[in-house]
Design a protein around this ligand. Structure first.
Ligand code: HEC
Ligand code: HEC
Length: 145
């Protein structure tokens, strides 16, 4: 009886170990390990594209403004490669999460808060469709003498 339980336990442990050891690393399109820093590594393709298209609208920029073409085949894009605008955007994503958490008590991860419109201050608040935020009126107002 005890031996039976021991054998069962060994088999169970082995199965658990194998499924852990051979679980594939999460990827975006199942082709390569992705390079995501703020978004979750296992984000679905649809959600990733929803974020990317929203970034385009918020900043008036296109995919190619933030992403580079492949170093080996310039006819293709290398989405995972780092560019200056991509780095700036990652810093902006961290800033947005941080300011919402600190000043507006919005807890949780960037992806869910962004896609569920939980942020009080987000990309469009400042950028309003422009690459560089521009002021509609001059603040502070000039003092009349
Ligand atoms: C304003 C800048 C910006 C624009 C515009 C933009 N992206 Fe991105 N993209 C990023 C950033 C930043 C990341 C990485 C996010 C992170 O690290 O969490 C990213 C990540 C990605 C990834 C995943 C890369 C990887 O590591 O595997 C893909 C794919 C992608 N973008 C496609 C697109 C497509 C397609 C468009 C146009 C529809 C687009 N992006 C537009 C900034 C941008
Ligand atoms: C609190 C206001 C604010 C928010 C929120 C904000 N940005 Fe920015 N962003 C700025 C300012 C200001 C600059 C210009 C900095 C400069 O000129 O050096 C900038 C610059 C950028 C740039 C570089 C543009 C260029 O050509 O130099 C990108 C890309 C960008 N932001 C993307 C984003 C994205 C995407 C989000 C949301 C995740 C976001 N920003 C949220 C204020 C903001």
């Amino acid at each position: 009886m005890n031996r039976k339980i021991l054998v069962m336990a060994l088999i169970g442990g082995g199965v658990a170990f194998c499924s852990f050891a051979f679980r594939p690393a999460p990827t975006v399109q199942g082709e390569h390990e992705n390079n995501l820093k703020v978004l979750p590594k296992d984000i679905s393709h649809d959600e990733l594209m929803q974020v990317m298209h929203s970034f385009e609208v918020a900043t008036g920029m296109n995919c190619g403004d933030c992403h580079a073409s492949s170093a080996t085949d310039p006819s293709k894009m290398d989405w995972a490669a780092d560019t200056e605008h991509k780095q700036t955007t990652i810093a902006m994503m961290k800033m947005v999460a941080e300011m919402n958490k600190q000043y507006f008590a919005v807890e949780g991860n960037f992806k869910d808060n962004y896609l569920q419109s939980q942020f009080e201050v987000t990309c469009i608040t400042c950028h309003n469709g422009h690459e560089e935020p521009s002021n509609l009126v001059t603040i502070p107002i000039p003092v009349k003498r």
